[in-house]
Design a binder for this molecule. Sequence first.
Ligand SMILES: [Zn+2]
Length: 159
Amino acid sequence: MKIILQDRLFNFNKIKYTLKNPRVGLKLELYITLMKSFVTGLLDLLFPPICVCCDTKLVQGETLICTICFSSFPETGAHTSAENAVIDRLIGKASVTHGLALYRLRKKSLLERALFAMKYKNQPKIGELFGQQYGSILYNAPITSTIDGIVPIPLHKKN
Ligand SMILES: [Zn+2]
């Protein structure tokens, strides 16, 4: 198929052949990667990504939450003890053998800001970050060798 557009001849068969050519395809892939990197860099320069908790500019390698905020979230350590605050809250309400929670939530905290952004500012990736964080902690925890599955349970009274 040949199309003449603004005095230029576009031969789609030649373009298709060119894209299938491995040498040209690799160059094109490299060109697209460089262009994506350039556009991403330009967007980062014009609209720098900021931490959803403290509004500081994120550095390379950080996603949505800066390292300082992430490391400040208070971990419960519930995976280290069978008796903990999480299981205490579930006694009489659910038949569970272990209760685990990654963080202890306090009102007006940076963690609360992160959860608010996740729930109400369309940032579901924050949930993935927390899931990856807890997954890496639980991966080597002795408690995980005795459990068959994990079920998320809302702890708020309304839920
Ligand atoms: Zn931060």
